[in-house]
Design a protein around this ligand. Sequence first.
Ligand SMILES: NC(=O)c1ccc[n+]([C@@H]2O[C@H](COP(=O)([O-])OP(=O)(O)OC[C@H]3O[C@@H](n4cnc5c(N)ncnc54)[C@H](OP(=O)(O)O)[C@@H]3O)[C@@H](O)[C@H]2O)c1
Length: 344
Amino acid sequence: MAEAIEASRAARRRSAPNPWVGCVIVAADGTVVGRGATEPPGGRHAEAVALAEAGERAGGATAYVTLEPCSHEGRTPPCADALSAAGVVRVVAALADPDPLVAGAGLAGLERAGVETSLGVGGEAAEALLEPYLVHRRSGRPYVVLKLAATLDGRIAAPDGSSRWVTGEQARRDVHELRADSDAVLVGAGTVRADDPELTVRLATAPERQPLRVVLGRSSPEARVQPALELSGDLRGVLDLLGRRGVLQLLVEGGSKVAGDFHRLGLVDRYVVYLAPALLGGDDGVALFAGPGAPTMEAAFRGRLSGVRRLGDDVRIDLVPARGAASSRRIAAPPSVADGSRLG
Ligand SMILES: NC(=O)c1ccc[n+]([C@@H]2O[C@H](COP(=O)([O-])OP(=O)(O)OC[C@H]3O[C@@H](n4cnc5c(N)ncnc54)[C@H](OP(=O)(O)O)[C@@H]3O)[C@@H](O)[C@H]2O)c1
């Protein structure tokens, strides 16, 4: 399963709105006879890639997959049928697929066809890797990553509004990796006016595609962020719309007002804060979050620290809400996907 999870990483930036899945097929004598990862939309699923490599050696083999095989006819035939037709006798899946078109039907179909199944091996690691997909299919909305770069005293811009550059080169490169992992990047119109960002992936190691650029409010015709989708109104509605467009991960890059709104509505699944060893030394710079905060220390938001990493002179801190908090605060929306769920 560890090898299947590793294989799935290769598909991380190319499979949306489909999940990035890995599959390893192991013959009865223990040899690996096939490996696969999800191809770009329209291409084959991981199981089909691994089965093609295994050929006749799939007979009597065990297939390890990071996500329950699909059971419905999309642009590609159901993987559950392909596995049983190839003579695979056992399927080990790390995670059940929450997509309503699958939701247990893949494993049930395999059992009916006489294939032994088991669920949960490597589940935690697979869940961590597939989280944007899982959140999207459970809630209908993208997995929201809020990124902010601040001085050590919590300011994202100086009193004159300037924020270039709070952090150094390595942290900025890391932001481009975050963008490359995201299907859409969003900023408020205030940030477009202050910073005129391009919001493109330029420094990432494998920029396989450019994320959809989204501005809250009106951008200007002269802004560098063209062409971008301009959205306005209730943020939950904005997320529902992006979810229907197949955005699995949304990177929110500020500024202060937008960050405060997403935070207070409990819409953030992961906070990524880059802290620079700099101090503005007053209270007149732009704070991480605009608007009223928690009135008492007891009411402060407390997340779970999920990572601390040094990047040159800066520090990246990842914070996630206590398990399930962001998703549970959401209004349950049917996970409808405009592009079709897990369509190949
Ligand atoms: N260090 C960092 O990581 C970082 C990142 C980004 C920005 N910044 C800094 O943050 C500052 C900008 O922050 P800010 O708070 O002024 O602006 P902002 O949060 O980027 O944008 C706020 C504006 O966006 C529009 N908007 C937001 N939500 C909307 C919604 N739901 N519907 C319609 N329009 C919506 C409104 O535009 P209108 O006013 O046009 O109605 C609003 O005034 C700048 O100084 C920038 O340099 C720093």
